[in-house]
Design a protein around this ligand. Structure first.
Ligand code: NAI
Length: 676
């Protein structure tokens, strides 16, 4: 029989080889149509009764990427959701119930529904390659596995590994997957088929959780472990904002040990979650992320050599990241002594990321200290990250332009100097772009891309593609002070300083921001960024946009309090952690939260009015990925629409009356209220 998404063949050993190759898609996804066909395939295989079934992917990039997330957005109610989930469960149950052994051969990514399918097989083999990653990332979409994955992950891996994997949504590499028992073996490509045959012929016992996990899963112990898991989860994802992890823990606590009940409860739980606000918003954020990635796919960047000038905090880390992503990197600064610390830091980052000494050495070999700037003439892309000073930057640009290849791109990492000023230093400004990374480079996913009036379209699309190759999410922003992210963050941080100046305790201020859903409080963030840097960005924004800067910030910098880097800022820092002792007055919690968040939202409105980004969705994407703004809200604009533009506007008016002009709402609100 022939299928649209599968190829089924039988070999002379009487083994069935089933290739998943979803039509018209670059990756395998388990849409409803694919699942229906999979059911028919399984019936077909059953009637042949082969000696075993091998499931593998026909795509180069990976096994199965998971369910088709776009279908989630079309689900209208719980009944529809339940029908969809039960369809998936039936497929996996049928696969598990086959009267002959089955094995999944996993290469590249194997995520969500793909992992659930693999877990329904008797055995799993992973290709021994750095690109192999296996995960159950559903929690990041506000749900948990629904195709029997919670049950089978716990049965196979034991509750500790399975919960860790599902609650974190973490992707597991091949060797670790073998150590955890997620796969039975991890083999090189040339041995994959022979190993599959071996498993199907020998039929070793299936992987099962060990005795300790079985005890932990027993009825009397379950509530204790469940409580511990919930407490641990609460630190990262509070229940009010993120219901899915708790639903998963409850599901296990109540139904572990009874397969049928667990499957039914799993389906009901996912059906409930997927139709809720949090999942809706997190799925929205997932698509916003896809949109940012798409922006980098218009052209294919073929660069190989990156030359970075300025080996400070940013330049050094940018160079390390580029090397990590496979580029040859030359790193220039005023002297070898200034480059050395950056190379030391790079080694640490690369070591932490790659672990394998051979890979670390290979990557370090690509990172070249280049005090004389020999790499400049060879580089495809030159990134400038020298002092934030117009004269220093323009002198440098004038000097390097004649030495660069005529087709090389020139990217500046400036945070605040307008590109209109920088392009004046160049003979060929069409190649100038801003590629604004965030600190710490290795952790922050977003990069802002901006252009000068003379920047060519080719340079713009090219740099976006380069950013995507660095596994960053590029967002195009208009050249304007603070671009998008710093501009939106600054009033929020300055309001925090203002509150502090008024005597409100820093604990209250930071706790209220976190209670709203921010990943870190604004005072802790200011300390982390560095109070001197905050002050200089605040002064620039204040000059150009009239943002008032509370005197306290300057006073603290004058006293030498720069935050985390010298151990003293709003907090005293010890071993990289702020010491949170009690201080100041508690303040009215709701008022504190509103003052912080509404300053941010008002600035968001201003950015929309000024066209800093092309549309509200891009703004939400930029702010969620650039600041960690409460992802469960779907982004600041989406949040305002959800609570009501009129409600936000009325509260701003109230705050403006009490606290003054800085809360005066932007005209964007009125336009929205007038339905324009
Ligand atoms: P930094 O002061 O740590 O490093 C600047 C480096 O540039 C120094 O090592 C200096 O020796 C070198 N340099 C200065 N003039 C040079 C020249 N003519 N030739 C070669 N090297 C030269 O500064 P940081 O913080 O790394 O900032 C660099 C750029 O990145 C600035 O434009 C800044 O606005 C931007 N930026 C900074 C962020 C941060 O959090 N620090 C975040 C995002 C962007």
């Amino acid at each position: 029989m022939s299928y649209r998404h599968f190829r089924l063949e039988y070999d002379t050993d009487d083994l069935a080889w089933l290739q998943v190759d979803v039509a018209d898609r670059t990756v395998n996804v388990l849409s409803a149509e694919v699942l229906d066909e999979f059911s028919r395939v399984l019936e077909d295989v059953s009637t042949h009764s082969p000696a075993g079934l091998v499931i593998l992917s026909g795509k180069d990039n990976g096994f199965i990427a998971g369910a088709d997330v776009s279908e989630f957005t079309r689900i209208e109610n719980r009944e529809e959701a339940l029908a969809h989930i039960e369809r998936g469960q039936r497929c996996m149950d049928a696969l598990e119930a086959l009267p002959f052994p089955s094995i999944a051969l996993i290469h590249g990514f194997c995520m969500g529904g793909g992992t659930e399918l693999a877990l329904a097989c008797d055995y799993r083999l992973a290709l021994d390659d750095p690109t192999t990653v296996i995960g159950l990332p559903e929690i990041r979409l506000g749900i948990h596995p629904g195709f029997g994955g919670t049950l089978r992950a716990i049965e196979t891996l034991g509750v500790r590994h399975a919960m860790d994997m599902m609650l974190s949504g973490r992707a597991i590499k091949a060797h670790q997957a073998r150590r955890m028992g997620l796969v039975d073996d991890c083999v090189p490509e040339r041995q994959m088929f022979a190993a599959a045959r071996h498993f199907l012929r020998q039929r070793p016992p299936r992987r099962r959780a060990g005795w300790l996990d079985r005890i932990l899963g027993s009825r009397p112990v379950r509530p204790l472990l469940a409580r511990w898991l919930a407490r641990k989860t609460n630190r990262k994802a509070p229940r009010d904002h993120y219901p899915a992890p708790y639903a998963l823990i409850d599901l296990w606590r109540e139904h572990a040990g009874n397969r049928q009940n667990m499957l039914a409860a799993e389906a009901a739980s996912v059906a409930r979650l997927i139709t809720g606000d949090t999942a809706n918003n997190l799925i929205r954020v997932f698509f916003l992320q896809e949109r940012l990635k798409q922006a980098g796919r218009q052209v294919r960047d073929e660069s190989r050599h990156v030359h970075v000038i300025g080996a400070g905090v940013m330049g050094g880390d940018i160079a390390a990241w580029c090397a990590l992503k496979g580029f040859t990197v030359s790193l220039q600064d005023q002297s070898p002594e200034r480059i050395a610390p950056a190379i030391g830091r790079a080694w640490k980052t690369i070591q932490r990321k790659l672990r394998d000494p051979r890979l670390v050495r290979g990557t370090m070999d690509r990172l070249i200290a280049d005090a004389d700037g020999y790499g400049l003439a060879k580089a495809d892309i030159v990134i400038e990250a020298v002092f934030e000073d117009l004269d220093v930057k323009t002198t440098l640009l004038r000097e390097i332009e004649p030495r660069m290849r005529p087709d090389a791109l020139l990217a500046t990492n400036t945070s605040s100097i307008p590109l209109e000023e920088l392009e004046k230093a160049l003979k060929h400004p069409d190649r100038l772009v801003a590629l604004h990374f965030f600190n710490p480079v290795a952790r922050m996913q977003l990069v802002e891309i901006s252009s000068a009036p003379a920047t060519s379209e080719t340079s713009r699309t090219h740099i976006a593609s380069f950013a995507t190759r660095l596994s960053k999410l590029p967002v195009a922003v208009r050249s304007s002070p603070g671009f998008l992210v710093n501009r939106v963050l600054m009033p929020y941080m300055l309001e925090a300083v203002q509150l502090y100046e008024e005597g409100v305790s820093k604990q209250t201020i930071d706790r209220e921001a976190r209670r709203f859903g921010m990943p870190m409080g604004p005072l802790e963030l200011a300390d982390t960024v560095g109070l001197d840097i905050c002050l200089s960005v605040a002064n620039i924004l204040s000059q150009r946009l009239g943002m008032p800067v509370p005197g306290k910030l300057g006073e603290m910098v004058d006293l030498g309090l720069t935050g985390r880097k010298n151990g003293q800022g709003f907090y005293v820092w010890h071993k990289g952690r702020p010491q949170k002792e009690r201080d100041g007055k508690a303040g009215d919690a709701n008022d504190v939260q509103d003052r912080l968040i509404l300053r941010l939202l008002n600035e968001v409105a201003r950015c929309l009015s000024e066209g800093i980004v092309d549309d509200p969705d891009l703004l939400d994407a930029g702010i969620v990925f650039g600041t960690g703004f409460a992802p469960f809200t779907g982004g600041p604009v989406h949040y305002m629409q959800h609570v009501g533009i009129d409600t936000v506007a009325a509260r701003l008016d109230e705050l403006a009356q009490r606290y003054g002009e800085r809360f005066a709402r932007d005209a964007w609100f009125q336009r929205q209220l007038d339905g324009e």
